[in-house]
Design a protein. Structure first.
Ligand code: ADP
Ligand code: MG
Length: 261
């Protein structure tokens, strides 16, 4: 398949209902892309937008667990397209809905890219103001194919303040620059931890890195999310903090972050 053809097909069909496609990306795995994508999507919805969430991490789909939809399977009214699974008002789809949870994906790059484009194209997305895409980690073939074959509005880069994460975040920004996708901003996750005994802010992974990165690439630091048990537990339980505890200061951080997008 060639990229020009896919691009045309997408512009005509799957994404015609979608005003903005935002990819949540990071060079490195485990920095909190999915955590951010879920809470960000819900915060955008809280502002009144119609939002979809596509789990594009085909090697490690975690959105179904985080939304408590892991046992659901998309219905197909015509045996060709899938109805999105609705969760807390979000229209979602994930490779995780389509395969057994314990089955490892062993696809090579091109097949993986194709699977991803297919799940995007074959989903009957409702009218959406935003489709948030939770990307797989890295800056390889999958990211490039997706970036080149769908009209991406911009990327949100997630990093921790740790040097090795920042190095990979740079690679991510450089890759999107090459394919002319603007970087909307950087989110620093696991930015600090508030000591449960003393109340002090502890910079576990270092300090100031994401702000420097944003400055260097002339983009904005969208927000800093602390490392906190609550955020993790809520997602492990399939009830994101923005939903389960709307008055929690963390929810406020995500809402402010959504305001900047
Ligand atoms: P990625 O999608 O980048 O691989 P995840 O969002 O899955 O990363 O996060 C990796 C792990 O770290 C998950 O178990 C998640 O619950 C936890 N985690 C992510 N961000 C935070 C945070 N700010 N506070 C506490 N735990 C977090
Ligand atoms: Mg993830």
């Amino acid at each position: 398949y060639d990229i020009a053809t896919l691009k045309r097909a997408n512009e005509q069909h799957a994404v015609k209902n979608i005003k903005n496609i935002i990819v949540v990306s990071s060079g490195k795995g485990g920095v909190g892309k999915s955590t951010t994508a879920v809470n960000l999507a819900l915060a955008l919805q809280h502002e009144g937008a119609k939002v979809g969430l596509l789990d594009a991490d085909i090697y490690g789909p975690s959105i179904p667990t985080m939304l408590g939809t892991q046992n659901q399977h998309p219905m197909s009214p015509d045996n060709q397209h899938m109805m999105p699974i609705m969760a807390f008002g979000l229209a979602t789809n994930s490779i995780g809905y389509l395969v057994e949870q314990d089955n490892a994906m062993v696809w090579r790059g091109p097949m993986a890219s194709k699977a991803l484009l297919q799940i995007l194209q074959d989903t009957m997305w409702p009218e959406l103001d935003y489709l948030v895409i939770d990307m797989p980690p890295g800056t390889g073939d999958i990211q490039l194919t997706l970036a080149q074959s769908i009209p991406v509005t911009g990327s949100v880069i997630v990093t921790t303040p740790q040097d090795i994460a920042l190095i990979d975040a740079k690679k991510g920004i450089t890759m999107f620059n090459k394919v002319n996708i603007p970087t909307i901003g950087i989110i620093e996750n696991m930015s600090y931890h508030i000591c449960e005994n003393c109340g002090h802010h502890e910079a576990i992974f270092g300090e100031g890195g994401a702000a420097q990165l944003a400055k260097h690439y002339h983009t904005q630091l969208l927000g800093q999310i602390p490392l906190d048990r609550v955020l993790r537990q809520d997602l492990d339980n399939g009830r994101p903090t923005v939903i389960s505890q709307p008055d929690n200061p963390f929810s406020q951080i995500y809402n402010e972050l959504a305001d900047r997008i």
